[in-house]
Design a protein around this ligand. Sequence first.
Ligand SMILES: NC(=O)c1ccc[n+]([C@@H]2O[C@H](COP(=O)([O-])OP(=O)(O)OC[C@H]3O[C@@H](n4cnc5c(N)ncnc54)[C@H](OP(=O)(O)O)[C@@H]3O)[C@@H](O)[C@H]2O)c1
Length: 319
Amino acid sequence: MKKTITVFGATGTAGSACVDELLLQGVFQPRVLVRKSGQEEKTSGLAQKAADEKQRLYDRWTRRGVEIREVNATEQTDLIPALKGTDYLVSCVPYSATESQYPLIWAAKEAGVERFVPSEFGFIYEWEQFWPTDTSHRQMARQKAFIRRVIELAGLDWTIIPAGLWPEYYMLEPVCVHGDGKQKVSWSTGKDVGRIIPHVLAHPASRNAICPVAATAYLSWDEMLAARERFLGRRVDRLYMDSTTFRAAYAQNSSPLTEVLMGIGVAATECPEGMPLWANWNAMHLPDFRGMELDVLFRDVVEPFVAATMAGVAAVVGS
Ligand SMILES: NC(=O)c1ccc[n+]([C@@H]2O[C@H](COP(=O)([O-])OP(=O)(O)OC[C@H]3O[C@@H](n4cnc5c(N)ncnc54)[C@H](OP(=O)(O)O)[C@@H]3O)[C@@H](O)[C@H]2O)c1
């Protein structure tokens, strides 16, 4: 019998791609936990998903045999029965809703869930939590690392999937390059993050393991920007920033988005020499997994995301 994977935060960027890939892969039986309407709505991205957009996803998934269970995500009396029969629980909640996973962990334990996959999908937070400079990003890293401890305390198995940088977030010009741009890092666009999750979980080496993937590409910043320049047919404006420069930019704290991005820059450039932040677990364990082609990535994801960010900045400046 197939194991059942329940996805929480299923209509988000990573979550929806995860459900779609579960259907394509066919190894697991997918299920979706839906938060009852009226619960606080957050996002890691630029815009929240509208209710009708979510409904279209539910309809599409239901037609393909996905069971949708609606819950009050803060109520144990709702969550525990809704999680019964789940083998693996995958959480794809946004950056700013990390704390929403606490009731889920308790309910998962009570419901007999075997494995909990918390919403990570960035740096290796086990390390970042100990980096020297306190930023709002390190705070989030500390919470994500703590959540892993709570999962262990509950006696659940776990899988941690760091995914490196989502390229769409880092391409606004001038691009703020982490360091000298020469070291290879992991790049995973949001859709590939969601897509790779079922493949990681199908691999036996993922049980109680940190599996840092490069779902889209394993390239240095210079290599990634060279690919973008080939796509655009022009030079991409950039600044090479070290940890001092990132700390100064973080201290200026000009907007919530730059605060997060500069905090990430601080963490990336404070990384001790010889301790790479990310890795390419999929190259070794999932050699057949293919991320998005770079030209498609720039055309369909990066450039529209950059344009939407600029429009958002222009709207704020103009208001
Ligand atoms: N490394 C990077 O560069 C990077 C970039 C972006 C994100 N990330 C990480 O990736 C993870 C997923 O991010 P994402 O961008 O895919 O998320 P997202 O698209 O922002 O997720 C939005 C979805 O989360 C659910 N949600 C909304 N408010 C919620 C709340 N208060 N509590 C629980 N769930 C709520 C909703 O789905 P339902 O209504 O279906 O529940 C919503 O559609 C996060 O951990 C984030 O930190 C990393």
